[in-house]
Design a protein around this ligand. Structure first.
Ligand SMILES: Cc1ncc(COP(=O)(O)O)c(C=O)c1O
Length: 390
């Protein structure tokens, strides 16, 4: 499993070791389901590349990426090594050293890692599954932030999805302050109702929207293919930077993906994946509803691969982790997702890569641990006899 570098080393070590133990039910990591990878059609695409396009696939190319793949992304855009490289490039191009950056609280921790490299100073814009705090966004712009990093759909870690009204409000504010929006659409298509379009589709503020996309969640993260799309000048600068960092994204992978996209459609593939993820989401929500003590907060996600669960302040997720592992369930302490406040009780529970029939057991194991550590008055589901033991 991929462990965030914002995570303390001790926590990272525990997560990595436990993720290798098959007896532990892992609600950590938010990995796509391996059994949904389109292996057969990928093999066909791979064979086609080697048969028809080997000279191009095995040769050096250009930093902006293969035209054949960019056709599926739109332009101006640059193909990147996953959305993560796009975040790095955007950070280097539009975030000055030490600049103020408005970020959702919580937000995707590895985006913060990229902006950390710019020594960004964060201004908080609270985000829950209910929506985004627009007043806080306005305050952040007033205080001088000229970049807002947003995961509008399938928000990581809450699973929230903003609607079109919220998109328009955000665009209007960004227009007023001439601020950049970094619109991270890595989870844009992983939505369990209607998937709202990315911000660029509204056709306004186009000179200040940096769209980040990825084939990781919708297809396979092992491809390491994503993109950065936006105004031509941004893409030009990112392209120069990329050529200095890694020359280009692997031509071989890009062409395999391009061939795959020509033979299959993402829509058809997602039509197979989304019902599986939706059922796993439902299983997690159902289990949380029945098992988790009342004073542990959480809200059902409308997209993405995970749920944010917050225990009361006296419970620290990092301290809970070894006990959870001992009980046979892996959870992810979510402090790294909070740029501006401490959130010791927050944990991210992912459902995407767990068989539906193991999710309930995983949550029951976690609930037992929580009831053990919560003070007696808080353990809503605890039986009176157990109370006396603590
Ligand atoms: C919101 C968000 N953006 C970007 C990424 C990076 O994705 P990748 O580099 O695999 O495309 C992730 C991965 O977890 C993510 O959750």
């Amino acid at each position: 499993m991929r462990v965030l570098h914002r995570q303390p080393q001790q926590v990272a070590d525990q997560l990595e070791a436990a993720a290798r133990d098959p007896s532990i039910i892992s609600l950590a990591g938010a990995l796509p389901a391996a059994e949904l990878f389109p292996v057969a059609s990928m093999r066909t695409a791979l064979e086609k590349v080697l048969r028809n396009d080997a000279a191009q696939a095995l040769q050096y190319g250009w930093p902006e990426g293969k035209e054949r793949l960019l056709r599926h992304i739109g332009s101006p855009a640059i193909v990147t090594n996953g959305a993560q490289e796009a975040l790095h490039l955007v950070g280097r191009v539009i975030v000055a050293t030490g600049a103020l950056v408005a970020v959702e609280v919580p937000t995707y921790a590895s985006a913060l890692q990229s902006f950390d490299l710019r020594h960004a100073r964060y201004l908080p814009v609270p985000r829950t599954t209910a929506g985004l705090d627009l007043e806080a966004l306005e305050d952040a712009f007033r205080a001088g932030a000229r970049v807002f990093y947003l995961v509008a759909s399938g928000h990581n870690p809450t699973g929230g999805v903003l609607d079109a009204d919220a998109h328009r409000d955000i665009l209007a504010l960004a227009e007023r302050f001439d601020a950049w929006i970094v619109d991270d659409q890595a989870y844009g298509a992983i939505v369990y109702g209607e998937a709202p379009p990315p911000l660029r589709s509204y056709g306004r503020h186009l000179d200040r929207i940096a769209e980040i996309g990825s084939f990781s969640k919708v297809l396979a993260p092992g491809l390491r293919v994503g993109w950065l799309a936006g105004p031509a000048e941004l893409v030009r600068k990112a392209t120069i930077l990329k050529s200095a960092i890694d020359l280009e994204t692997a031509a071989f992978t890009q062409l395999v993906l391009a061939h795959w996209l020509e033979a299959s459609t993402l829509e058809e593939h997602l039509a197979q994946c989304l019902p599986v993820y939706r059922r796993r989401r439902d299983a997690l929500v159902e289990a949380l509803r029945h098992e988790i003590p009342d004073d542990v907060a959480w809200a059902p996600p409308d997209g993405g691969f995970s749920v944010l669960v917050t225990a009361p302040p006296e419970v620290e997720a990092e301290a809970l982790l070894p006990r959870a592992i001992e009980a046979g369930v892996l959870i992810e302490p979510a402090s790294p997702y909070f740029a501006t406040i401490l959130a010791p009780g927050a944990m991210r529970l992912s459902f995407s890569n767990v068989a539906e029939d193991r999710i309930g057991d995983g949550v029951r194991r976690l609930a037992r641990v929580l009831r053990d550590v919560l003070p007696p008055r808080r353990g809503a589901l605890r039986k009176p006899t157990e109370w006396r033991k603590t």
